[in-house]
Design a protein around this ligand. Structure first.
Ligand SMILES: *[C@@H]1O[C@H](CO)[C@@H](O)[C@H](O)[C@H]1NC(C)=O
Ligand SMILES: *[C@@H]1O[C@H](CO)[C@@H](O)[C@H](O)[C@H]1NC(C)=O
Length: 531
């Protein structure tokens, strides 16, 4: 019997063979596959969540409502402003000290040329979006569990290591009697399987992103659901998969976190019960043109802490030796700047805590570092500020709160206010704030993570706390006091060196421009207000 295949079939076979060859040729070799770590993968998951949220929020749209102004006004809207307080009609002396008025700045954008501002904004938008894509996971997105679903599932807390497998706990179906029960599971970054089979349940899609189970016996199906496993297949060190779980007429979504365990960074500081300051703390400072003051600081430290390590970052043009035991002196390029020096000094610290001091501070018997260590050891604070006493006797701890208001496309608004959030239980002299004075002790690794932006070369301080907002937990204790070598001097009483220092630190052309450009672009702010 002869059989002639039609021409179409021949073409089909020919194309199939061709396809097979190209598949073999281009199939990525095992273990050496390239993986898309771009945003498109997690974007799929975001889209699933977004669609569901829209469905939920769209219901009941036709029912009228009356807004409650007082409460509604407190909700964030897509836009913000930085407003200065109006000048009072009568300008009393000391009014600013007694009732600090809010001032505002909204010209950050002037750091850029008017002609290129549109391009800069566009670039800022791109950078911001790619930052969001890198740091947000579907586990950060709002998920709503709808009422009356017969589906039982874990809303949060399922975690898997990259490319590893876990059992998904808590899956179940609570359905009225019916002839056939079915459930489906769909993932985007991994596959499902069952670690055991149950009689009377049919399972499809094992080893794939879509698993379906059905059975005529509800209890058998529920038993089978206890053996469902999830395997992550797309490597990512920190992300989340979105799993859709559905049965006839009902849908649920939950996330499975995918990620390596965070590698801990612990500091060994001996086994004594008492705080060993030498083992726990490094003192860091930056010096410029003030070797006499620096020596006074070192001498005063040595009275109380003879063996604690002192790290000095030095960007003098003609560096002088700073001698003594337990001193690390780092010479930097000339006039590298204030934050670059802080950054270098802090980068060299190998103890659990680092204490920041200015080079014109003086330790006294009130400078009890043990108190700061105690607060950091016994609370979740990452950083705690002290107080600085001026020669006049005036003592400041410079506590501030920071808040960022969502400003949409134009960038956000930063509001800086004097004050603090609340007291710290068990430490009557300590409060929680967002920014403190330039005398503070912090967890070394946390401070290194935030870093001091080396582009801020002159007067800068709050900028570190703005960068750390949302990641550093900050306190302030006014019973740990360091003295400030006198700053208030009449101009004709200043030495040549002091005058040069003032010029460098405070009157550098262009430094305001750099600060504004960092606020505008790096921190994505449109304005700030402060008091
Ligand atoms: C479950 O998946 C199967 C196979 O993809 C499909 O035929 C069925 O309609 C799905 N059921 C539900 C409830 O989504
Ligand atoms: C404190 O720590 C330092 C440095 O680790 C060590 O040399 C010293 O012996 C310790 N002191 C005590 C009392 O344990």
């Amino acid at each position: 019997m002869r059989c002639f295949l039609p021409k179409k079939i021949w073409i089909f076979i020919f194309l199939s063979v061709l396809l097979l060859f190209s598949l073999i040729h281009y199939w990525p070799p095992e273990g050496n596959s390239t993986v898309d770590v771009g945003p498109s993968q997690s974007q799929k998951a975001f889209n699933v969540l977004k669609e569901r949220l829209q469905d939920v929020t769209r219901s009941y749209e036709n029912i009228p409502y009356v807004p409650k102004e007082k409460v509604a006004g407190r909700l964030a809207v897509n836009g913000c402003v930085c407003e200065a307080d109006k000048k009072p009609a009568i300008d009393l002396p000391f009014a600013q000290v007694l009732f600090p008025r809010v001032w505002a700045q909204d010209d950050f954008h002037t750091a850029f040329q008017r002609a290129e501002l549109a391009k800069v904004k566009n670039r800022r938008k791109q950078e911001f979006n790619s930052l969001l894509q890198r740091y947000r996971t579907p586990a950060d997105v709002l998920v709503i569990a709808e009422a009356n679903s017969p589906l039982e599932y874990p809303t949060q807390g399922v975690e898997v290591r990259p490319l590893k497998t876990v059992l998904i706990p808590g899956l179940g179906l609570k359905e009225k009697p019916r002839p056939l029960y079915t459930v489906n599971l769909t993932a985007t970054l991994g596959t499902f399987d069952v670690s055991a089979t149950v009689d009377g349940v049919s399972v499809g899609g094992e080893g794939e992103m879509h698993l379906y189970l059905s059975s005529g016996v509800l209890s058998a199906l529920n038993r089978q659901l206890q053996f469902v496993t999830y395997t992550n297949t797309l490597f990512h060190p920190r992300t989340a998969d979105t799993v859709q779980f559905e049965t006839d007429g009902h849908q649920a979504v939950f996330t499975i976190k995918v990620g390596h365990a965070v590698t801990p960074k612990l500091y060994y500081s001996g086994v004594t019960e008492e705080y060993n300051i030498t083992a726990l703390v490094t003192i860091a400072t930056k010096t410029f043109l003030r070797y006499d003051k620096l020596q006074d600081l070192i001498d005063s430290i040595r009275v109380f802490y003879p063996t604690v390590t002192i790290v000095i970052a030095d960007d003098n043009e003609h560096p002088e030796p700073v001698k003594g035991p337990h001193i690390e002196h780092y010479i930097m390029p000339f006039a590298k700047g204030w934050f670059a020096g802080r950054n270098l000094a802090v980068s060299q610290v190998s103890t659990k805590y680092v204490l920041w001091v200015d080079d014109d501070f003086i330790f006294t018997s009130n400078t009890r570092l043990e108190k700061m260590v105690d607060v950091l050891e016994k609370t979740t604070l990452d950083l705690v500020g002290g107080a600085v006493r001026e020669a006049t006797g005036y003592t400041a701890s410079y506590r501030h709160t920071l808040s960022v208001e969502d400003g949409g496309e134009e960038g956000d608004c930063l509001h800086i206010r004097q004050g603090f959030h609340h007291a710290v239980q068990g430490f009557p002299n300590c409060v929680v704030a967002d920014a403190v004075i330039n005398f503070f002790m912090g967890r070394t690794d946390r401070m290194q993570q935030v870093g001091f932006d080396p582009r801020l070369s002159r007067a800068a301080h709050l900028e570190f706390f703005i960068d750390g907002l949302g990641s550093l937990h900050i306190g302030s204790c006014d019973d740990v006091i360091v003295n400030h070598a006198s700053k208030i001097k009449l101009p004709w009483g200043k030495s040549e060196k002091e005058k040069a220092y003032q010029n460098f630190r405070y009157y550098s052309p262009g430094s305001g421009q750099i600060r504004n450009s960092l606020f505008f672009f790096k921190n994505r702010l449109q304005c700030l207000s402060s008091n």
